[in-house]
Design a protein around this ligand. Structure first.
Ligand code: ADP
Ligand code: MG
Length: 337
């Protein structure tokens, strides 16, 4: 599947004070698809999402290194206008945050940003966006009553309408259905599925079933590291790495116990896979070898060669700007020629 990229994340690390919440994440988010960011609580999902509209900047003591490119433009460049960027990115948070005004005014707020003042035009467009978020039928007779009187599920759909009215390119959702009852959640899900033809949607969710229902593309984070990403079908049916598999099966995620470690920095192909192979020969079946490489082609070539030999790649993790870690479990007795 050849996908057009909308948001490109390059070597992104984020710290809250001393605490590193994201470690060297590099990933492309496809255009006009639903991408789900999954992983256990505290693994950095919200942090990654908030880096896309620079909401992360609002917190004290945050340090960001690396790049986020939206439509090819580095959004952390000092010349970037943050308000312009945020207009491109509609945000649905965990709990709906309606403005303390009427239903009508909540949506009009976004439209006035775009300079629509004409009453008739406003009425028309407000109706359009309330329909877009499946709320119109429920509120058409009480547009001027207070938004806070709506149910939580309706409030979330109103937030969606308000967000869409700003004409974003991207919809960011941070567990947008987690506070909702099942029926309201389903309505939001349904809308997102329909909206993906027009918008790039990035959805944080810790509900696997939701990721299964909605996602075209999946990013799996664990403890601030990007463990695996790819088309949803591949990740869900055939995860490459052990941690992804454990998470999907609802099992405890363990760090693999390393039996031997090998630093192959400065070694290029094919020397690095010959060395990895020799190291595996010294291990017993089932034991685990960790190698560190700094030669980019090795990151895909070494695992390929080791899998060809019948071994299992448990994890490939980027450590920093130059180094990767490849964790291999010996599954086969191989001998050089
Ligand atoms: P998730 O959304 O996956 O639950 P978060 O992105 O919210 O994870 O958090 C990632 C890590 O960063 C966690 O360890 C969390 O405790 C920490 N963290 C998040 N926000 C802050 C903050 N404002 N100050 C300090 N630490 C934070
Ligand atoms: Mg979160």
């Amino acid at each position: 599947m050849e996908l057009k990229t909308h948001i490109s994340v390059k070597n992104l690390s984020i710290w809250y004070g001393e605490h590193q919440a994201l470690n060297n994440v590099t990933i492309d988010i496809p255009d006009k698809k639903i991408t789900a960011i999954i992983g256990p609580s505290g693994c950095g999902k919200t942090t990654l999402l908030k880096s896309f509209n620079r909401l992360i900047d609002l917190q004290d003591g945050v340090k960001v290194s690396g790049q986020v490119l939206v439509d090819g433009e580095d959004i952390y460049h000092p010349k970037v206008e943050v308000t312009h960027l945020r207009k491109k990115m509609g945000l649905l948070s965990q709990r709906p945050q309606v403005l303390p005004m009427s239903i009508y005014e909540n949506v009009a707020y976004g439209l006035r940003i775009h300079g629509i003042k004409d009453k008739k035009k406003l009425d028309e467009v407000i109706q359009h966006y309330l329909k877009e978020s499946s709320l119109w039928e429920e509120v058409k007779n009480r547009l001027h009553s207070s938004a806070s009187k709506l149910s939580i599920g309706q409030q979330q759909r109103l937030c969606l309408a308000r967000g869409l009215a700003v004409e974003p390119e991207v919809i960011l959702g941070d567990e947008p259905t987690s506070a909702l009852d099942p029926l309201s959640a389903e309505r939001i899900e349904q809308r997102l599925l329909e909206l993906k033809n027009q918008y790039t949607i990035v959805l944080v969710t810790h509900i696997l079933r939701q990721a299964k229902r909605l996602a075209d593309y999946i990013i799996f984070l664990y403890l601030g590291n990007l463990i695996e990403h790819g088309p949803a079908e591949e990740i869900l049916k055939n995860p490459k790495y052990l941690k992804t598999k454990s998470y999907l099966e609802g099992q405890f995620i363990e760090e693999p116990k390393i039996d031997k470690e090998l630093n192959l920095k400065g070694t290029v192909c094919p020397d690095n896979f010959v060395k990895a192979k020799l190291a595996l020969e010294d291990l017993k079946l089932g034991q685990i070898l960790k190698i560190i490489v700094d030669y980019e082609p090795a990151v895909s070539e070494v695992p390929k060669a080791m899998e060809y030999e019948g071994h299992k790649i448990l994890e490939v993790k980027r450590l920093n700007f130059t180094d990767w870690e490849i964790i291999i479990q010996k599954r086969n007795n191989t001998y050089l020629i």
